[in-house]
Design a protein around this ligand. Structure first.
Ligand code: HEC
Length: 249
């Protein structure tokens, strides 16, 4: 199985394919993981993931069905009586354990009905940034759990991707919103995901390694290029201009 970390690889090949300056490496800290604990997991610059646009709806969708102070006895389905995630305060108090059970590559909670990789990654970002948010009341399911979690993966809170401070944060934002169709198309193609997984192993400036991946998994190239173009030459075109030179179509 490929992992969400492929986006780093996607970016690497995108840069090789589109860049005038293919040798240039995105010198960002390692946001790819894996990390051993929440303490190690960095908060990405320009984080737009908050309580209202993601954290609250996520917990409501996936966790408070068992971990709510409103639930007693059998209704908790074995969830410890004192482990509740009804409020931002509750969540912050147990952030490290929530991360260890449910965020990034960790997937032992919920016991069934798994969040998507991208959602787990968002959860990791949100927790690593200190679970920002101003809402400290009881979570209410205003917009419906599914819809809320869906919009949460986008550039919620009215923040446009291009207003995030770096190319990598813009790219991540676009992957979850304006380019989500392209991301999905690549994920559903075995050869495109294989290409993404392969390039993940290449250093950002190792054009030969990336070329080998392209040769091995050439069938995925078209979808891959489409995704790369969307991520780097769409709404992130300006902020990513140092990484990719985008020709007009
Ligand atoms: C179907 C019910 C159910 C759902 C939904 C659920 N849990 Fe749990 N949770 C449990 C049970 C049962 C335990 C105790 C057994 C265990 O620790 O595996 C538990 C224990 C925990 C603990 C305490 C143990 C520890 O490792 O510190 C944490 C933290 C936790 N869950 C986090 C979450 C998060 C985060 C979610 C949502 C992503 C979630 N759970 C969703 C049933 C659930």
């Amino acid at each position: 199985m490929r992992s969400w970390r492929s986006y780093g690889g996607l970016f690497a090949v995108a840069a090789a394919a589109l860049a005038a300056c293919a040798g240039k490496k995105d010198a960002a800290p390692n946001y790819d993981g894996p990390w051993a604990s929440l303490a190690e997991r960095p908060c990405p610059p320009g984080n737009v993931v908050g309580y209202d646009n993601f954290g609250g709806p996520f917990m409501l969708t996936y966790c408070t069905g068992c971990h709510s102070s409103d639930l007693q006895g059998d209704l908790r389905r074995g969830a410890p009586p004192d482990v509740n995630f009804d409020t931002l305060g509750d969540i912050r108090k147990r952030a490290a354990r929530i991360w260890t059970r449910a965020a990034d590559g960790n997937a032992t909670m919920p016991p069934a009905g798994s969040p998507k990789e991208l959602e787990r990654r968002r959860l990791g970002e949100w927790l690593a940034c200190g679970a920002p948010g101003t809402h400290d009341g009881i979570i209410t399911g205003t917009s419906g759990a599914g819809g809320a979690a869906g919009s949460a993966t986008g550039a919620g809170g009215g923040v446009a991707c291009k207003d995030t401070p770096s190319c990598s944060s813009c790219r991540d934002c676009a992957a979850a919103s304006s380019c989500s169709a392209e991301v999905q198309a690549c994920e559903m193609s075995a050869s495109c995901s294989a290409l993404a997984g392969c390039t993940q192993g290449c250093a950002g400036n190792d054009a030969k390694c990336q070329q080998n991946c392209a040769t091995l998994h050439g069938g995925g190239q078209a979808l891959y290029d489409k995704l790369a173009k969307c991520l780097l030459c769409g709404e992130c075109k300006t902020i990513c201009s140092a990484q990719a030179s985008c020709q007009s179509p």
